[in-house]
Design a protein around this ligand. Structure first.
Ligand SMILES: Cc1cc2nc3c(=O)[nH]c(=O)nc-3n(C[C@H](O)[C@H](O)[C@H](O)COP(=O)(O)OP(=O)(O)OC[C@H]3O[C@@H](n4cnc5c(N)ncnc54)[C@H](O)[C@@H]3O)c2cc1C
Length: 480
């Protein structure tokens, strides 16, 4: 339900609908491939006001609110923005979102809020994502962001993983008065916000500023600590933590299981993106050098990770960058917007193509990829037509570097080292989708480690829901 009351019957929906959007501007492709800086030009206040005034204030329940996994009150925020009340709009977003400055930038808006905008029927949707990022940035730049801390409860919660699920869980717990400590295996915070999503989509400073908000609110970060190896969940309880939240994501790059995958010059997407995009001081020593891309790079996969690898390869200086995908563009799981930006920057696409072997040159490094043509067969269980190899259609694609971006698997370590914690056959943690409760009392989980690879916003929602359940659990301990 919308939270700002008002007589919206009086508004002229037709003239709002006819107001032309200025859209979200990006830097020219030729300029942006020369660096890893943000490709988006931030909105200015006048453009933000004009864009928000295009919202026709749909009656409750507004489709954009329904489509947003965290149910941001977007129509009310638009109403505030069009009146220039940017700080009030930011405050409204922060009631339902722990990461508005991040979701405003990286959510696949065309599939969520903007995709459901009524304006889509005849005109362009309201640029709700860019407006969310605009007001969150405006707030930070003008008055700063403070997380209100609750009265101390005396209860301590250990959070495993500093990705969006863990950060959001911590943000909620400190507001309830609980002490939150985040244990993170990497040298820095953010999970895939830092170590996956490239800085030209999400500047690292945006993530680190949010982490600093959490630190000021008393959240402790313990880096270089791998739970399940350096210490276990049982150790955390023995150290006096009253509850644990697991937000460890799905960290392992799925192998392609084809010959030559381990050749020098063939990278897994995670390693490629980390080495390309993350500052050396935030990486383990063995990953501090930039990937060697040579002249021609092929990226294998059809998701957002593949788009990120293509665009990173162009920024690393590759002259020819080609995506190999085994289905057609229609079946690609990655967002259309990212793909359009990749094409604008020079990425090429070769569909119905499946690599079957990586071939070494005389120097032992990758020289070419043997591929086979595919055709689409019957739909699979999810309704996507299955790619089927065409016998005898093998061909060679020359490549100096290949990046495999096919899928991610969960790391089994936590499941294996935590007695009574149930996981499924793939190693994902079994948790109640509404509460995050696992099979082990006092242990909660959420984000990609429960759902499989998903979105920042869904991980954030899971962290927030789990925080509410942890709060109830901690209260039950006090009452007992
Ligand atoms: C390349 C790439 C691009 C993406 N782009 C987008 C996008 O544009 N928009 C979008 O919405 N989503 C995107 N996603 C998906 C999104 O990033 C994830 O869905 C989201 O980050 C999941 O959050 P999480 O907190 O569950 O896990 P993660 O972000 O994976 O964080 C988990 C954290 O736990 C730590 N960890 C793991 N195991 C342990 C352990 N045993 N002990 C301690 N710490 C541990 C990890 O180091 C990591 O920091 C992208 C994903 C990838 C890979």
């Amino acid at each position: 339900m919308r939270t700002i009351p008002g007589d919206f019957l009086a508004i002229d929906r037709k003239s709002r609908a006819r107001t032309i959007s200025r859209g979200v501007r990006t830097r020219p492709a030729a300029e942006r491939i020369c660096d890893f800086d943000d490709v988006v030009i931030p909105l200015d206040p006048d453009t933000a006001i004009l864009e928000a005034s295009r919202c026709i204030q749909c009656p409750d329940p507004a489709p954009c609110m329904l489509a947003c996994p965290t149910h941001n009150d977007i129509p009310s925020a638009m109403w505030l923005i069009e009146q220039g009340k940017f700080l009030e709009a930011a405050k409204l977003y922060r009631q339902t979102s722990s990461l508005p400055e991040i979701c405003g930038r990286v959510c696949p808006h065309e599939q969520l809020c903007q995709g459901s905008c009524s304006q889509n029927k005849a005109f362009a949707p309201v640029m709700t994502g860019a407006l969310e990022a605009f007001v969150a940035d405006y707030e930070r730049q003008t008055v700063g962001v403070e997380i209100p801390v609750g009265a101390p409860s005396g209860k301590r919660v250990a959070i495993i993983g500093a990705g969006p699920a863990g950060l959001s869980c911590a943000e909620q717990l400190v507001q309830m008065g609980h002490q939150a400590t985040i244990f993170e295996s990497k040298p820095g915070p953010g999970g895939l916000l830092t170590y996956g999503i490239p800085s030209f989509k999400l500047p690292k400073q945006v993530v680190f500023a949010r982490v600093e908000d959490l630190e000021r609110a008393g959240v402790k970060f313990v880096y270089h600590t791998y739970i399940g190896k350096d210490k276990t969940i049982d150790d955390l309880f023995a150290e006096g933590y009253h509850a644990v939240f697991i937000g460890v994501g799905t960290e392992i790059d799925a192998p392609m299981e084809v010959p030559g995958e381990d050749l020098p010059g063939v990278y897994k997407a995670t390693e490629f993106l980390m080495r390309a995009n993350v500052a050396p001081e935030l990486l383990p020593p063995e990953l501090r050098e930039k990937p060697i891309v040579g002249r021609k790079v092929v990226v294998i996969g059809g998701g957002d990770t593949a788009s990120d690898c293509l665009r990173s390869a162009l920024r690393l200086g590759a002259e020819e960058v080609v995506c190999l995908y085994r289905r057609t563009e229609k079946e690609m799981p990655g967002g259309r917007h990212d793909r359009e930006l990749a094409k604008e920057e020079g990425a090429q696409y070769q569909f119905l193509t499946q690599p079957i072997r990586f071939i070494a040159g005389e120097n032992g490094r990758l020289k070419a990829v043997e591929c086979i043509r595919m055709e689409l067969g019957e739909p699979d269980a999810k309704g996507r037509r299955k790619p089927v190899p065409i016998e005898g259609s093998n061909f060679i694609v020359e490549a100096d570097c290949a990046v495999t971006a096919v899928s991610y698997w969960p790391d089994p370590t936590i499941g294996q080292t935590t007695p009574d914690l149930k996981t499924d056959k793939w190693g994902l943690i079994i948790a109640d989708p509404e509460t995050g409760a696992t099979s082990r009392p006092g242990v909660y989980a959420g984000g990609d480690d429960v759902t499989g690879p998903s979105l920042v916003v869904t991980a954030m929602v899971a962290g927030r829901k789990a925080a509410r359940s942890i709060d109830q659990y901690l209260q039950s301990l006090t009452a007992a």
